[in-house]
Design a protein around this ligand. Structure first.
Ligand code: NAI
Length: 390
């Protein structure tokens, strides 16, 4: 039984991954096309639900017991239960915050704002910055940390910043936003105060788990404001009750949620799997794209690492297809040659990263990787060229 109070497909399909990718492929906002794409994929999921004989219950679920859920007065029972209620946009506690749009509202905008101010230079902020810059907006990004994408490899985030600035996006880092008043965003940097005028303000400072009305306290399910706590099988402290995805407050990525769901199901069915949750490819669909897997150079502190780098502009395919703005970095352990992390900025980084994910997940060494023939001419040769000599 699947209980849901929104449309099928959740954040990813309705107000996240898919509609933003639809907009990445457009030269001007086209709500009809975006909605068609969502409807097409939703129909596919609905068909899957029918094929698998899954009963759908529309409404908000409240946990009534470890084996029962109540929806509008009706109780449904099961041996196991998985909570996957996702996350909602976080808002800064500053005056006027509610006048800013969140990413979901931004996707329904049917005009191109002349000036767009984005609070937060994380994944959502930068994807919208690229989309609306392409649509013709003057875009300013205000990021609190010293670097955009603060959790990513610093080298990568610096190169991305330069590439976005080159495309006309204004980026202010170490910027602390203090108020939003009638389209005027006030912020400070050090001891100086600034304002940015914008007809449209996007709040993109993270997401928080959607714990609302689940009734976790009555059941004694352990959680913090960061999310529901689980073990490595995604089981909560109450046997038979599992939690996966953004509600657990970990990496808020659709592919991580899906993998967690598979792990939870395997555990419910008494099966084990080898899903490696330490190797998670992550992609940011900016222009140029950014993709990463494994450790950042900062996370390699304490390890003697070899660093290899290669530029797209030395790659025949990239130059021939006029996609020469890009770069790749491979980190390997000098002691045994193992590839620890790969960071890519450039065209099709989102596709190339999966070769890197295979190398990192299987514990491949630089020698293993060099022994693999790469087809020519392809962008994947950039990864090959970046393998350090250890
Ligand atoms: P995020 O955590 O990626 O970025 C939030 C940014 O806001 C951070 O850089 C943070 O330093 C900054 N920030 C925080 N407080 C601030 C303040 N007072 N003033 C200015 N900046 C401030 O969160 P985001 O972008 O909202 O995305 C939410 C989640 O959705 C993330 O986990 C992200 O990975 C996921 N997501 C993934 C996508 C993908 O995989 N392509 C696409 C979009 C979202």
């Amino acid at each position: 039984v699947l209980v849901h109070d929104g449309p099928l497909g959740g954040t990813c399909l309705n107000e996240g991954c898919i509609p933003t990718k639809a907009m990445c492929a457009m030269d001007a906002p086209d709500q009809n096309r975006k909605n068609e794409i969502i409807a097409q994929l939703q129909a596919g999921i609905a068909q899957l639900m029918r094929n698998k004989l899954i009963t759908q219950v529309q409404g908000r679920a409240r946990l009534a017991g470890p084996h029962s859920v109540e929806v509008a007065g009706q109780v449904y029972e099961g041996d196991a239960m998985i909570i996957a209620t996702g996350s909602v946009s976080a808002y800064l506690p500053i005056p006027g915050a509610q006048s800013a749009l969140d990413s979901a509202a931004m996707l329904n905008l049917d005009y191109v704002p002349q000036r767009l101010c984005i609070i937060g230079g994380g994944v959502i902020g930068l994807e919208f910055a690229s989309i609306y810059r392409k649509f013709g907006s003057e875009v300013t990004v205000l990021e609190y940390c010293p670097n955009i994408l603060p959790r990513f490899d610093t080298d990568l985030s610096k190169r991305l910043k330069a590439a976005l600035v080159k495309r006309g996006i204004a980026i202010e880092t170490s910027a602390c936003v203090t108020a939003i008043e009638q389209g005027c965003v006030s912020w400070t940097k050090g001891d100086k105060a600034f304002t940015t005028q914008a007809g449209c303000v996007l709040m993109a400072v993270g997401r928080r788990p959607n714990l609302r009305s689940l009734n976790l306290d009555d059941l004694g399910i352990k959680y913090t404001p960061r999310g529901i706590e689980t073990d490595s099988d995604f089981q909560t402290n109450i046997p038979g009750v599992y939690a996966v995805g953004d509600i657990t407050g970990g990496m808020m990525l659709a592919h991580v949620a899906a993998a967690q769901g598979r792990r939870a199901l395997n555990h419910i069915c008494g099966q084990s799997d080898g899903i490696d949750f330490s190797v998670v490819p992550a992609v940011v669909f900016t222009v140029p794209e950014v993709a990463t897997v494994g450790k950042s150079e900062e996370e390699c502190a304490g390890i003697d690492v070899a660093v290899g780098k290669a530029n797209y502009r030395a790659n025949g395919k990239a130059v021939a297809s006029e996609e020469a703005d890009g770069w790749c970095k491979v980190l390997a352990d000098k002691a045994d040659g193992r590839i620890l992390g790969v960071h890519i900025m450039g065209a099709h980084a989102s596709d190339i990263i999966h070769e890197a994910a295979v190398l990192v997940a299987l514990g491949a060494t630089t020698k293993n990787a060099r022994d693999i023939i790469h087809a020519h001419p392809t962008l994947s040769e950039v990864l090959y060229s970046a393998i350090p000599n250890v």
